[in-house]
Design a protein around this ligand. Structure first.
Ligand SMILES: Cc1cc2nc3c(=O)[nH]c(=O)nc-3n(C[C@H](O)[C@H](O)[C@H](O)COP(=O)(O)O)c2cc1C
Length: 203
């Protein structure tokens, strides 16, 4: 079994999602001792954002030759696509930043969302090409959203990830959630404890 472990929190040792992704991977390894783990820290080594030059290289017109300055980013795209496509389980640390995901996590999605690799369009509409894997989204957020009246209007983090992973054909998605992190020490400790307990169920 191949596990892809992704972190995107910028808060380092203070990060809730990093603690919970590590616990999730630990549990998965306990259940599957032969599993291999690939780790990608998107905050430590962020992929470049999609600018005009990079986009032109990712969707080359006939005769296009990528400049040497883009070679490393193109190689990184292939590495990240390979990691994602070959993984059986993907654990994604996804804090809520300004109601969405960290910009580094969005940059990763922008790289793996490739027509012909993770999805394609057919006469019947879009078709996901990356199904058959399990994804665990570790969601951390300062406030409370789940089940509240404004969840639909303000959650562009979990909802976005579910949408894009679904677009890639992934149906086996588990969310481990630690929310209310900014609502005092007790609330933070309770949320973290609950999320760490939940990791035992997803292995
Ligand atoms: C830049 C930034 C933006 C944030 N935006 C939100 C937000 O929109 N809504 C929210 O509930 N919490 C927000 N928070 C709180 C984080 O979601 C919370 O601290 C969470 O634990 C972050 O995950 P982490 O600890 O793994 O970094 C924000 C935190 C940061 C650092």
């Amino acid at each position: 079994m191949k596990i892809l472990h992704i972190d995107s929190s910028a808060l380092g040792a203070m990060s809730v999602s990093r603690q919970v992704t590590a616990a999730t991977v630990y549990q998965l390894k306990e259940t599957n001792p032969n599993a291999t783990v690939t780790y990608r820290d998107l905050a430590a080594t962020p992929p470049a954002h999609l600018g005009g030059e990079l986009l032109a290289a990712l969707r080359p017109q006939e005769g296009y030759v990528a400049p040497a300055s883009l070679h490393a980013e193109l190689a990184l795209t292939e590495t990240m696509l390979g990691e994602f496509l070959t993984a059986d389980v993907v654990v994604i640390g996804a804090p809520m930043y300004n109601f969405s995901v960290p910009t580094q996590l969005k940059a990763w999605i922008d790289r793996i969302a490739q027509a012909g690799r993770t999805f394609r369009y057919t006469a019947q509409g879009p078709e996901g090409l990356a199904g058959g894997k399990k994804v665990v989204i570790v969601s951390s957020r300062g406030g409370m959203y789940a089940g509240t009246a404004y969840e639909g209007a303000m959650d562009h983090q979990e909802a976005f990830l579910r949408a894009v992973l679904g677009f890639f054909g992934i149906t086996d998605i588990t969310v481990i959630r630690a929310e209310g992190i900014a609502m005092g020490a007790d609330a933070r400790a309770l949320a973290l404890d609950k999320a760490l307990n939940q990791t035992k169920e997803c292995a």
